[in-house]
Design a binder for this molecule. Structure first.
Ligand SMILES: [Zn+2]
Length: 118
C-alpha cells in the first residue's frame, strides 16, 4: 500500500525547499507565472563597467539556476495536485505501481524503474 501521507509530506518539504531557493534568486512574475532572476542590487549609483559585467554574470547564473529548478517545482506541484487520484503512484507507461523506494527517492516520479524518463 502506497503511503500517500508520507509522500505528500516529502513533496511539501521539497516544494518549500525549492521555493526558498527560487526566492533567493528571483521572483515570480505574476503575469507569466514564471520565475525571473532579480539583478543584484548595486551600492554604486554609477557602476563602472567591471561592476556591470559582474552583475550581468550573476544575473545569468541565477537565470540558469532558476531554469533548472523551475521544472522540478512544476513536477512537484503536479504530483501534489494528483496525489489523491487513483492514478497517482502508477507508471504512466505500464500503469503498474511505481516501486516504493523509487517514490521515496523521487516522490514526483511518474514512471517505474523500468520506464525511467531519463
Ligand atoms: Zn513502467
Amino acid at each position: 500500500m502506497l503511503d500517500k501521507k508520507k509522500i505528500k509530506e516529502k513533496l511539501e518539504m521539497e516544494r518549500d525547499t525549492l521555493l526558498g531557493e527560487l526566492r533567493d534568486m528571483g521572483k515570480l512574475n505574476s503575469e507569466t507565472g514564471e520565475w525571473e532572476a532579480t539583478p543584484e542590487e548595486t551600492d554604486h549609483p554609477e557602476p563602472d563597467q567591471n561592476d556591470a559585467a559582474d552583475r550581468f554574470e550573476d544575473f545569468e547564473s541565477k537565470s540558469s539556476m532558476i531554469r533548472s529548478l523551475e521544472p522540478r517545482l512544476q513536477n512537484i506541484l503536479k504530483a501534489l495536485k494528483d496525489i489523491n487520484k487513483e492514478s497517482f503512484g502508477r507508471c504512466v507507461v505500464c500503469k503498474k505501481n511505481i516501486e516504493m523506494d523509487r517514490l521515496e527517492a523521487n516522490p514526483a516520479a511518474r514512471t517505474c524503474k523500468k520506464h525511467l524518463e531519463n
